[in-house]
Design a protein around this ligand. Structure first.
Ligand code: XMP
Length: 527
């Protein structure tokens, strides 16, 4: 390792000082806890619930948070923490099931209550403690539990209560061990942030200086050390995740990186060129562009069924990528833009403490049979953090803030059979709606906007002539997580401009509709 690398590593070690580990006991909110902690500028990772005390020591955290979970702590086989964790002298905050674990493990009593408490509840703070600094004496919190702590362990005291839960928060008198029966991480606990902040700053004494800048330095050092003198390939798609991975890799290993852009003919207007310009002019990467339009169109011929389209596109992509990668010598690693939510959803993080560089099959990614070792430097980040990192690395806003685009591209927005002329109609209309939303200053305020070409024609009149042409749909949604979404109430005048321009400028379209369905029951994409 050269001197510059060593400096990076030393800096990265400094930057992870004050990290917190969230032990996941099966909670649907573990990710949210991690996110809330990072919002306080404290680095945080989710780890398996049965992480050993020795493994925890190696992470050198400033504190631990035990997440909630669906089990009962007294049930056989319920997930339990290593008892030695309580002997590390580290601050621990147990949330819901996590609080019950703390109490049960240290000699308290937990039992089920006749009536499950679910939803907003008023909590009253009965004992003041640094954890409750600036927290109102009475306020709303979110409860979701069927068990309760009936008796605190020796040395503990109760700090808060609700109408039905006399022990809603606990603390050890002399040791930094805390528990909250309610969920501070959800927005339905409006003052929850204050509690987490107090735990991180007042109890764990975290410096609160974690920044993405440090993350970038840390990753760059790790990548250099891991990759050594070998070569890495990275697929570029036009999306933000792959662009950020490539930019990060480029900063770390420069010309040891080769990028592959498979232009499948299903990309948005100007997308391929945007990526080519950025990764040859700005980041001077060894970029291999595969012009796959005809191969994809041929493979898709006659296919109308959405799943079949996706499968064919997936296989064709792998073949094109494989061929391109074979033309590059001595590749050892494949870099992918897997994000934290993908890792959590795939269960990989729960298989072991999240490692930054490890083998993991990305959902919808390339198959392991390609024989490369995976590098996934974004696997600890949330989407908004990836965007911030992209800007930090010098990527332009038009890449970093691009609305998401599905892997199968325009094929799932061109309903029915895929033909070049239909794709061109869709691409032009799509470019118009995107242009208009930019003009209206609403691009960043909406989550995803695009056009969908329907496989039906409708009657119209243009000039004095009857037309019988394509119907097209504008889809625009607002969402935080893309799991649920609401249709955007776009101003009528913006919609009117989009419609007028499409009908005037895109030959072959005589009718424009606006999709007013939410997800669920509709999905965001039409196929
Ligand atoms: P749906 O249609 O399932 O879409 O509500 C949710 C989000 O996922 C995107 N999407 C995909 N992204 N490959 C991707 O990379 C895909 O096959 C795919 N299908 C949907 C969609 O654009 C939306 O943001």
């Amino acid at each position: 390792m050269n001197a510059a690398n060593q400096t990076d590593v030393i800096e990265s070690l400094k930057s992870t000082e004050g990290r917190v580990l969230v032990l996941d006991f099966g909670s649907q909110y573990a990710q949210l806890i991690a996110r809330r902690v990072r919002e306080q500028q404290v680095y945080c990772e989710i780890v398996r619930h049965d992480i050993t005390a020795e493994q925890v020591r190696r992470h050198n955290p400033s504190g631990l948070i035990f997440s909630g979970g669906p089990n009962s702590v007294y049930e056989d086989g319920s997930p339990q923490p290593d008892p030695e964790l309580f002997e590390l002298g580290l601050p621990i905050l147990g949330i819901c099931y996590g609080m019950q674990l703390v109490c049960n493990s240290l000699g308290g009593q937990v039992a089920s209550v006749p009536c499950r408490e679910y939803g907003p509840t008023q909590v009253s703070v009965t004992h003041r403690d640094p954890l409750f600094n600036e927290f109102p004496a009475e306020t709303q919190v979110w409860m979701s539990h069927g068990d309760q702590v009936q008796e605190v362990p020796e040395g503990f005291e109760s700090l808060a209560k609700t109408g039905t839960c006399p022990i809603a928060a606990v603390k050890h008198r002399d040791r930094p061990l805390y528990g909250l029966q309610f969920h501070p991480e959800v927005t339905h606990t409006p003052q929850g942030k204050t509690l987490l902040k107090n735990f991180l700053y007042e109890v764990c004494h975290c410096p609160g200086n974690w920044q993405l800048e440090d993350f970038a330095k840390e990753q760059i050092a790790k990548i250099r050390e891991h990759v050594g003198n070998d070569r890495v390939i990275c697929g570029l798609s036009g999306g933000v995740d792959s662009a950020v991975v490539a930019a990060l890799l480029y900063r770390a290993i420069g010309d040891q990186l080769s990028c592959i852009l498979v232009d499948n003919g299903l990309l948005r207007k100007g997308e391929s060129q945007l990526v080519v310009d950025e990764f040859t002019d700005h980041f001077k990467t060894d970029l291999h562009v595969v012009n796959g339009e005809s191969v994809f169109l041929e493979a898709l011929e006659g296919i109308t069924e959405p799943q079949e389209k996706r499968t064919v596109i997936g296989h064709t992509f792998i073949n094109c990528f494989k061929q391109a990668s074979e033309s590059i010598d001595a590749v050892k690693f494949l870099a992918q833009g897997t994000l934290y939510p993908d890792v959590i959803e795939s269960g990989a993080a729960v298989d072991g403490p999240a490692a930054t560089i490890k083998l993991h099959h990305n959902v919808g990614g390339l198959p392991e049979e390609l024989g490369f070792e995976l590098i996934e430097p974004l696997r600890d980040l949330f989407k908004d953090e990836v965007r911030a990192l992209g800007l930090e690395l010098g990527l332009p806003e038009k890449i970093v803030w691009r609305h998401p685009f599905p892997g199968p591209g325009l094929a799932v927005r061109c309903l029915g059979e895929i033909k070049k002329d239909r794709l061109d109609v869709l691409r032009e209309a799509d470019a118009i709606v995107i242009d208009e939303i930019h003009q209206a200053g609403l691009y960043r305020k909406t989550s995803q906007l695009f056009a969908v070409l329907l496989p039906i024609q409708s009657v119209g009149v243009m000039g004095d002539a009857r037309t019988y042409e394509n119907a097209l749909v504008i889809r625009c949604v607002d969402t935080d997580d893309f799991m649920t979404a609401d249709w955007t109430r776009l101003p009528y005048d913006v919609l009117a401009k989009m419609s007028t321009r499409i009908i005037n400028e895109v030959a072959g379209v005589n009718r424009v509709c606006y999709d007013i369905s939410s997800k669920p029951p509709a999905t965001i994409e039409w196929e």
